[in-house]
Design a protein. Structure first.
Length: 94
């Protein structure tokens, strides 16, 4: 259990560092911008993958036991995926 908890904490720290880099990157520094946007894309890919896995495995298990119980969270995932697409579009625009 400790290993899983440590991996989650490490992942959260990586995500927070990525977001901090996005906030401080100099858009006039092409190398720094490219490195930061690459990390951002990796984070967004991870978020998208997490939502897909949760929809496929967790929500289907919930629905099998209690139909309709995961509808609200499922609709939130749609919003999250829309937000991820929006962030990707903004990153491309940089």
């Amino acid at each position: 259990m400790l290993a899983r908890s440590t991996r989650r904490a490490s992942a959260r720290q990586k995500y927070c560092c990525t977001l901090a880099r996005v906030g401080r990157v100099d858009p006039d520094d092409p190398l720094a911008l490219d490195a930061t946007l690459t990390r951002l894309q990796s984070l967004l890919d991870t978020c998208r993958s997490h939502a897909a896995k949760e929809n496929q495995f967790v929500h289907s298990a919930i629905e099998a036991r209690r139909p309709g119980a995961s509808e609200r969270v499922g609709s939130e995932h749609v919003e999250h995926l829309d937000a991820i697409a929006g962030l990707e579009a903004e990153a491309v625009a940089l």
